[in-house]
Design a protein around this ligand. Structure first.
Ligand code: GLU
Length: 328
């Protein structure tokens, strides 16, 4: 059997974190160079050849437009290179769901692209990074992995970008898959897919943006007034995601202000500040009358990514934006 060649893109994060002193609390995300992580992995006897390329060495809270452009470019080149079987992106977990969804929306699904992270620094007791990485190698080198969009491998599970959500700040079992469960279970020894690929041979759903518009997340709170909405318009927000109460609710004055935004061509998507659950149309909020969009299963962080991609591609009409959110 030929060994797959896998491109490993490093961005930093806890998987490359160092300085914890084994049991300490503080550490530096990205403190370990990608070359030395990959050399370490080579010693694990994995059935793949790894080609490292360092994009950044930062905590993922600092990842943004420059890194996203670099990642998209590197993935595009790898998908076109017949020598490369798949791509692994080592990434901090804080914003892994955002990077994963952006790439999922803008890359073809012809080869596996897998984000992997860790909750404990590389030099900590009980570090999870090497196991997660070994699992990611198993996924990225698997011939049944294509056609499933961008994936996230954490804690022996393979999650689809559209469903992955960080739900815990420090436990090893930090990610949830909502509303669909994981795509597969993976260990260094086995990989079991739970269904067929859902995007076989699919082209990219949206062109990668030339630039990203400013889209803000506004978290609702009891007793708030409409001034935060006016402030967002004042700083040039081109779109607003409401992290609303319950099914995307907010005080009436806030909804009225958001409806004025929508009427002026600034699309407004209602998501929820609740950990999990759908936000559907016209439940307590009259979306049809107010011109608002329901985020459905996407939480605020991922709703913002999708809305940025839509606006960048000239899609701002509430019905068209709703159709994109309905498509998940
Ligand atoms: N804040 C860091 C990051 O997202 C640490 C979290 C992690 O990697 O798990 O890069």
């Amino acid at each position: 059997m030929t060994r797959p060649t896998i491109l490993v893109l490093g961005t930093g994060g806890t998987i490359a974190g160092a300085g914890s002193g084994g049991t300490g609390v503080a550490y530096r995300p990205g403190g370990v160079a990608l070359e030395s992580l990959v050399a370490h992995l080579g010693a694990l006897g994995l059935a793949a050849d790894l080609v490292p390329e360092e994009i950044a060495r930062i905590g993922s809270q600092d990842i943004g437009w420059a890194e996203w452009q670099a990642l998209h470019g590197a993935c595009t080149r790898a998908l076109a290179d017949p020598r490369i079987a798949g791509v692994i992106i080592a990434h901090g977990t804080d914003t892994a769901e955002e990077t994963a969804l952006l790439l999922d929306l803008t890359l073809p699904a012809t080869k596996p692209v897998v984000l992997v992270g860790a909750m404990r620094p590389a030099d900590a007791v009980g570090a999870d990074g090497m196991r997660n990485f070994a699992n990611a190698v198993k996924v990225a080198g698997d011939r049944h992995a294509a056609g499933r969009g961008v994936m996230l491998v954490m804690g022996d599970a393979v999650l689809a970008a559209r469903d992955a959500r960080k739900a815990a700040t420090s436990s090893i079992d930090a990610f949830r898959s909502f509303p669909r469960g994981p795509l597969a279970r993976v260990t260094p020894a086995s990989l079991d897919w739970f269904g067929p690929p859902h995007r076989p041979g699919a082209a990219a759903r949206y062109p990668f943006p030339a630039e990203l518009p400013r889209v803000a997340i506004l978290t609702a709170g009891a007793g708030m007034d409409a001034r935060p909405v006016e402030a967002l318009l004042g700083i040039g927000a081109r779109g607003i995601v409401l992290a609303g109460m319950g099914q995307g609710n907010a005080p009436a004055v806030v909804l009225e202000a958001l409806a004025r935004c929508a009427a002026s061509g600034v699309p407004v998507v209602r998501a929820t500040r609740v950990d999990e659950g759908l936000v559907d149309r016209n439940v307590e909020v009259a979306d049809d009358a107010l011109g608002l969009v329901a985020a459905r299963a996407l939480g605020p962080a991922k709703a913002r990514v999708l809305l940025m991609v839509l606006i960048a591609n000239g899609i701002t009409d509430p019905q068209a934006v709703q159709a994109a959110f309905d498509a998940g």
